[in-house]
Ligand binder design. Structure first.
Ligand SMILES: [Zn+2]
Length: 275
């Protein structure tokens, strides 16, 4: 499932393709949204943003297309009226003269007015988006100390979009690895120094992943590994999906287990207490 950085990159691609343009055709697969088609065709796309794992396409005046890909949705950007070869079902198409933005398989699509963003059942419960400029490590630190979150195990807390929006499973594993923490620990059990490091890495690794299209490993190390001929899947992460391979930091073994019902990858020696 794409995480915050991938959804933000997707929003950027859609914005580059159709931003600032009045589409000449908007098509929804869902009957209850079809009456919006002629309305949106008279409006200009003013902004495309992500909020956690949700995507928002703003049209001038007051309308916004909200979509959440869940596990199956996928956006494609194509030359106008070109469609990918796929067995997926097209759910939303926005065609301009030059480009088409196409959303397949997603079932979670709505048209909202601006004031409804605040009360939307998914959006209103989201924590601060890690990729927003206003989300500082101090804000994340404050939330780690908040009673709502400080008694929760890190392994599930980091996946909870109410805590912060945008972290998913690979970022959870990578953040816990670089901070040397095990997923069973709770924020209230950590020292001030550990809490600060955790808050900083939540922001740092998510931003790095957004800027590098998904790389969470140390970027200096990535250069060296590329020179050695490592493939992207080999150099991309510290530990995620690297089970049974040597840890880049200590040469110990990377192990796979399950935490909060999701696969969890860690280094036994860099993260004491994982087993
Ligand atoms: Zn290690």
């Amino acid at each position: 499932m794409p995480e915050g950085p991938e959804i933000r990159q997707c929003a950027d691609r859609i914005k580059r393709a159709i931003g600032g343009i009045q589409p000449h055709q908007v098509s929804f697969a869902f009957e209850h949204l079809k009456h919006y088609e002629p309305i949106l065709e008279k409006k200009t796309v003013t902004q495309v943003k992500s909020r956690g794992k949700a995507l928002l396409i703003f049209f001038d005046d007051d309308l916004i297309i909200y979509s959440h890909n869940q596990l199956y949705g996928k956006w494609y950007i194509k030359r106008a009226q070109n469609f990918p070869k796929t067995n997926r079902t097209l759910r939303l198409a926005i065609h301009t003269e030059k480009k088409s933005a196409l959303l397949y398989s997603a079932s979670d699509i709505e048209v909202l007015k601006k004031h409804e963003l605040k009360t939307h059942p998914f959006l209103r419960n989201l924590g601060p988006d890690i990729l927003d400029k206003e989300t500082t490590y101090r804000l994340v630190l404050k939330r780690l100390k908040d009673k709502r979150f400080s008694g929760r195990q890190l392994g599930s807390l980091l996946l909870d979009q109410h805590f912060v929006a945008g972290l998913g499973n690979y970022l959870r594993c990578e953040v816990l690895f670089v901070t040397g923490l095990n997923p069973k620990l709770k924020p209230k059990q950590l020292s001030e120094q550990q809490l600060e490091a955790l808050a900083k890495q939540i922001i740092f690794l998510t931003k790095q992943s957004y800027e590098t299209k998904g790389i969470t490993n140390d970027l200096g190390r990535v250069v060296l590994l590329k020179e050695k001929g490592y493939t992207r899947s080999q150099y991309r992460h510290h530990v995620f999906a690297r089970n049974n391979r040597p840890c880049y930091a200590c040469a110990g073994k990377v192990t796979k287990s399950v935490h909060a019902s999701r696969p969890f990858f860690f280094c036994e020696s860099c993260q004491p207490g994982c087993i």
